[in-house]
Design a binder for this molecule. Structure first.
Ligand code: ADP
Length: 502
């Protein structure tokens, strides 16, 4: 062995660092034990979890929050199989994720190797890219490609497979094809003619509506989108994870008149949301059959899906909105004549708010969801990240718990996956630790949803004790959440729970 020899573990760990990866979540075992050590030696932040699925949820949440894929590191066979649910969830949510699976040594393949499994093929339906690097020297090339594909175009999942013998092999460092960091994804610019058509539709509209999805949050387009709706006084409806791109408390946010807004809008500007089940497919009876849709998406294949768009624009939301503002500037006066539409929305909103307010006053035991959430909302820090799942817990929580900031709501998402909460919360807490130390994470779980990944509570506490996750800001809240199932029983309990937030 010469002094400049490196093994596959070191090459892979350093390739991840070179691609700007910072966080790895996973479960360690044969054949990735040495890899997990190399990863930590290379300076990556490794969090050991209790189940691969939850590790995969954590890795994708950090990808959504940071716009660089988090890595989910798993063992062969069952390890990768447990991860598939998480991969599908990330792919459906369009979040960047890199899964790295150890796999059975190549000279044991086909003869009943330990945890032998066709992993590259199994991963493929849930990925944009699934591959096994053919040898040590090309590992950095494949890592760069996996990271690039997870980020470019519509974000999604990459899978890389590493047989134990490849990880353990050694080669001279001079032979390794080291690869530079893949640049930030290119911004797609809109066709100015289409922006002009969009502007003209909006100006002629009597009942316009802007729908903001989690694509707008991912795009980091909150400043320009807020500027846009305020300048032109447009009503905005966020999807569940589009909440916070425009502050829920902003006058322009019409969530409390959602049904009226969807049913009566004559022109809808769709910014980073799909017309899938979350938006009732964009079809009657929830939408006006003659509604004109202006669809903006970074994924050209998404355009016209479910309902043909009147104007379909392949662009980044930020670049599009900036150009749209320019086109509309001279027409701001026209849009201010929407008072009947605002009147309709405000009157419905007032009525709905009154009904809900009445429900929050009902303190009979067991407490109803609205009363519980009303008191939680009063207590929690107004800029905290809210992780939420469960059926009623998530649905009612969506309207009762407010988001002021983008990417501050993480929930069951496009795939409706239950069990995501604890993994998402671990990732969010880590993000807070590194980027916003004073921020808190609150995980509001339905009891059934919690059960899927409940063991990750231990990850939160054990990680806190290790040097890696010391001081995770959410840990006191996680502790408090143990009392959550009891909250429905009395207002007194809620009040004592709430004191912990102060
Ligand atoms: P929601 O769940 O909030 O309705 P979806 O996940 O259904 O949102 O849709 C998000 C959409 O945003 C996807 O179609 C995705 O391609 C798109 N998207 C992601 N990033 C951008 C971006 N930077 N600009 C435009 N569209 C984007």
């Amino acid at each position: 062995m010469s002094s400049d020899d490196v093994d596959g573990n070191k090459i892979l760990a350093e390739a991840l660092v070179a691609q700007g990866v910072k966080y790895v979540f996973g479960i360690v075992g044969i054949p990735v034990i040495e890899l997990s050590m190399a990863i930590q030696q290379a300076g990556l932040h490794f969090v050991g979890m209790r189940n691969e699925q939850a590790a995969c949820y954590a890795a994708q949440a950090i990808g959504y929050l940071t716009k660089r894929p988090g890595v989910c590191l798993v063992v062969s066979g069952p390890g990768l199989l447990h991860t598939l649910g998480g991969m599908a969830n990330a792919q459906m949510n369009c979040w960047p994720l890199l899964v790295i699976g150890g796999s059975c040594a190549q000279d044991h393949e086909g003869i009943g190797g330990f945890q032998e499994c066709p992993q590259v093929n199994l991963a493929r339906p849930y990925c944009k890219y699934s591959a096994r690097p053919p040898g040590l020297t090309l590992i950095p090339t494949h890592v760069e490609k996996a990271v690039r594909l997870s980020l470019y175009g519509r974000p999604g999942v990459s899978y890389l497979d590493f047989p134990g013998n490849i990880l353990a092999q050694r080669v001279s460092d001079s032979k390794v094809v080291h690869t530079a960091i893949c640049p930030e994804p290119p911004l797609a610019w809109p066709d100015p003619a289409l922006v002009s058509q969009a502007a003209s539709l909006i100006v002629r509209s009597m009942r316009p509506l802007v729908i903001v999805g989690k694509g707008a949050a991912y795009a980091g387009a909150e400043v320009i989108v807020r500027d846009f709706v305020r300048t032109f006084n447009l009503p905005v409806l966020p999807t569940p994870m589009g909440k916070g791109v425009v502050d829920d408390n902003d006058f322009h946010c019409v969530s409390s008149a959602r049904t009226t807004a969807l049913q009566h809008a004559d022109t809808i500007l769709l910014l980073g949301a799909r017309l899938n089940w979350i938006l009732h497919f964009g079809r009657p009876p929830r939408f006006d059959p003659n509604v004109r849709i202006i669809q903006v998406d970074i994924c050209a294949e998404e355009l016209h899906n479910s309902v043909p768009a009147k104007v379909a624009i392949h662009a980044d939301i930020g670049t599009f909105t900036r150009q749209l503002i320019q086109q509309l500037i001279g027409h701001a006066w026209a849009l201010r004549y929407m008072s009947p539409w605002w009147g309709q929305l405000n009157s419905k909103s007032d009525k709905n708010k009154a009904v809900i307010m009445k429900m929050t006053q009902d303190t009979r035991i067991p407490l109803n969801y609205y009363t519980v959430f009303h008191h939680i909302q009063e207590a929690i820090p107004k800029d905290c990240i809210i992780v939420s799942e469960g059926a009623n817990t998530m649905d009612i929580g969506r309207s009762m718990l407010r988001n002021r900031l983008p990417k501050h709501r993480l929930d069951a998402g496009t795939f409706g996956t239950m069990g995501v909460g604890p993994g998402f919360a671990v990732a969010a807490a880590l993000w807070c630790q590194d980027y916003a130390p004073d921020k808190r994470v609150i995980c509001v779980e339905g009891d059934s949803a919690f059960g899927f990944s409940g063991m990750e509570i231990e990850t939160m506490f054990s990680s806190c004790e290790s040097s890696h996750v010391t001081g995770i800001p959410c840990s006191p809240y996680m502790q408090a959440n143990w009392e959550f199932t009891a909250l429905y029983n009395s207002l007194h309990l809620i009040q004592s729970f709430v004191k912990k937030f102060k």
